[in-house]
Write a protein that binds this ligand. Sequence first.
Ligand SMILES: NC(=O)c1ccc[n+]([C@@H]2O[C@H](COP(=O)([O-])OP(=O)(O)OC[C@H]3O[C@@H](n4cnc5c(N)ncnc54)[C@H](OP(=O)(O)O)[C@@H]3O)[C@@H](O)[C@H]2O)c1
Length: 250
Amino acid sequence: MKYAIITGASRGLGASAAQQMLAEGIHVISVSRNENSSLKQAAEKAGAGYIHHSCDLSSEVQVQSVFTAIAADVFKNAEAVYVINNAGVIEPIDMTGELDSSLVQTNVQVNLTAPILISNLFLQKAKETGTRVIIANVTSGAGERPIQGWSIYCSTKAAVNMFTMTAGLELENSGSSSKVIAFSPGIMDTDMQVTIRSSSEESFADVDTFRNYKESGSLRSPDTVAGALVKLVLADNLENGKIYKVNDLL
Ligand SMILES: NC(=O)c1ccc[n+]([C@@H]2O[C@H](COP(=O)([O-])OP(=O)(O)OC[C@H]3O[C@@H](n4cnc5c(N)ncnc54)[C@H](OP(=O)(O)O)[C@@H]3O)[C@@H](O)[C@H]2O)c1
């Protein structure tokens, strides 16, 4: 059986990716705080397996216990395991000096610590069981350039990129059949953009540019972007450690 473990599948890009994995007949394991009820119906329609695990990815204890349980299940009989580390938060949006320390901690835990812990656990199981594991870390163009007011988001996405490149190098040099890549989705019409547009100009100098993206119809639909992501992770020729950009794939 093939399994796709998708974090943040309750909405946005993660929900679209889960729908499209199910349509490919792949068993989907969704991980987020809330469940998207339409995934169960999509699974029934596609005749594919589906299970949801409620997990707050900002809690290391919950991440370790939920993903240890998932690994115990999937590595019994998996032919291939796809992990999409998609869940993410943009907040805090504010100038350094004004940052809320609890939002800083949550951002680092959800955007960076959780993908690292999940990758570490699944690559360990891949080695133990000889199973091929494909990990896609969803990143952002913000990880490659500074954006005023987004210091924590830019930092965690930059760190995700470096983690991906390093883990990819290690896998390549060890002759493993597993892969770790990153995927940069571009700007999409999701709740994260709603949060960005609701920022004040004092906190986020470019807020008007992002309001214009919505008004001018420049935001891609998460379904379109998920199509590129799912096609990418299911392809045979992935390059370990590479940061794939949606604009090069569509
Ligand atoms: N939207 C864009 O324009 C854009 C651009 C570049 C990169 N990205 C990246 O693309 C990915 C998906 O973004 P999106 O726009 O689809 O975001 P979104 O619509 O805001 O959805 C975020 C997802 O992350 C989950 N999540 C957030 N905090 C969590 C927590 N503490 N524990 C568990 N799950 C949590 C949410 O689930 P629950 O609330 O149910 O827990 C939700 O499913 C993110 O990594 C984001 O950084 C987005």
